[in-house]
Design a protein around this ligand. Structure first.
Ligand SMILES: [Zn+2]
Length: 441
């Protein structure tokens, strides 16, 4: 498995070596933030921590958290970049925006070295999936301010791959390119992978047979870490599919391990991870908590203890690949912001996807949280495969209702509509609607 490590000395470093490297970088980052970022100078002063007092990795716990809301407020008060910026404006090279569903997105700046760090950590993930310089890569994301497109493109180029820029091309043109060129690797959101597969099927193209694809990677949403969703993508493309978790504010921070033991590794020399319980104490191996990252490489916006709002489970086993990097079970398991309460029960849309995707006759779905006669209700709308006979729809509805009741512990209303009746997603999906005007708990 060593051949799957782009940087074996880091990926298989002893814990002591990694901790030494992390501590050196952490102290540099804290000193830099305190010296050059007015935002962090105020925050550190407010809790009375002097940067030179951070002498061990545990001392990190004395530093305050940073939240996305805080960064957004800071940019609103000091437009357009906020005074978190810790380098002269002449030193910044790139700007990217987070994909905000509400309000103005967060603008994130990078120096040349920061940008290299971002895409190089991404390249390490691609290398772990098996991507090599002999590959031809299509990064099928839209050309725009989203960091996922640019970093995927640069990462493939960093590995010496031939990269085909398809940012501005239509799905039709991308399908044509997949047939015409020896493209072996495809990167896109999991929703777009399914969209592309459906578009190909409509044209009578069998992506598994008619293309040279051997690896696909998926980012922007956690879909590819859901086994049934990944299986659907792998069957459609005839390739190995991998989940790549990332955050604009931190890094392409990890990769689903190629050893296929269900673990996701963290590039912990780039971003120091903490997994914290509800009282902000570190969880034990095997337990779940919120992922908090401290950037160990970015100088323009050096985030300390950034609350990601992502729930992960710290692995309590060694990965068979031989890497020593920290690992999580199954990637990002849930987003705190996606959590819904229905009749006192906590429901994550990801869990619903886990239960719906194994049904082969489901092409697309939508989850609606609503109130019926004053009571909370979940409605699952199904867009069935055209291959499903209309006489079989009742059977599908009943099977799904039973699986969801068992899996969630709550009754779900299921509606099976006409094929093609629900929206498709060419970037990140918005399959969840919450129609309740008030949250009852
Ligand atoms: Zn591994």
């Amino acid at each position: 498995m060593a051949s799957r490590c782009l940087e074996p000395t880091l990926e298989r470093a002893s814990r002591a070596t990694m901790a030494r490297l992390q501590l050196r970088r952490l102290r540099e980052q804290v000193a830099h933030a305190a010296r050059s970022s007015p935002f962090y100078r105020r925050k550190l002063r407010a809790v009375g921590v002097r940067p030179d007092r951070v002498r061990t990795l545990d001392d990190l716990r004395r530093l305050p958290f940073t939240t996305k809301d805080e960064l957004k407020e800071n940019q609103a008060e000091h437009p357009p970049w906020g005074d978190v910026l810790a380098v002269p404006f002449a030193d910044v090279l790139r700007v990217h925006l987070t994909s905000a569903t509400t309000g103005r997105p967060l603008a994130f700046l990078d120096t040349a070295a920061d940008w290299h760090g971002f895409y190089h950590s991404y390249a390490r993930s691609l290398y772990a999936y098996g991507v090599r310089s002999s590959d031809m890569v299509m990064a099928a994301f839209s050309y725009g301010p989203w960091i996922g497109y640019w970093s995927g493109f640069y990462a493939a180029q960093d590995l010496g791959c031939l990269v085909y820029p398809v940012g501005g091309l239509s799905t039709e043109q991308r399908l044509d390119a997949l047939l015409a060129y020896p493209i072996t690797v495809l990167g896109c959101t999991p929703s777009y992978a399914l969209f592309l597969a459906e578009a190909a099927a409509k044209k009578g193209i069998d992506l598994a047979k008619d293309t040279k694809l051997r690896i696909t990677w998926h980012t922007g949403e956690p879909g590819a870490s859901i086994p049934a969703t990944r299986a659907k993508i792998e069957a459609a493309f005839g390739a190995r599919a991998y989940d790549l978790p990332g955050l604009t504010e931190i890094a392409a921070w990890g990769f689903e391990c190629d050893a296929r033991a269900g673990l996701t590794h963290v590039h912990e020399d780039y971003a120091y991870p903490e997994v914290l319980d509800e009282q902000d104490r570190p969880v034990k191996p095997g337990e779940r908590g919120e992922l908090v990252f401290t950037s160990l490489y970015r100088k323009a916006m050096p985030l300390l203890r950034y609350r990601t709002r992502d729930i992960v489970q710290l692995a309590d086993r060694r990965c068979p690949c031989g890497r020593t990097l920290v690992a999580f079970e199954g990637g990002v398991l849930a987003r705190v912001d996606d959590m819904k309460k229905v009749r006192g029960i906590i429901v994550y849309p990801r869990r619903i996807e886990e239960l719906v995707r194994p049904h082969r006759d489901v092409d697309e779905f939508q989850i609606v949280f609503r109130r019926v006669d004053g009571l909370d209700d979940i409605l699952l709308r199904i867009d069935p495969s055209p291959a499903l006979a209309s006489t079989e729809r009742t059977g599908l509805r009943e099977t799904l209702a039973k699986d969801l009741q068992l899996g969630l512990g709550i009754r779900v209303s299921v509606e099976v509509g006409e094929p093609g009746s629900l929206p498709r997603w060419d970037h990140k999906a918005r399959r969840v609607k919450d129609e309740r005007t008030e949250v009852p708990f």
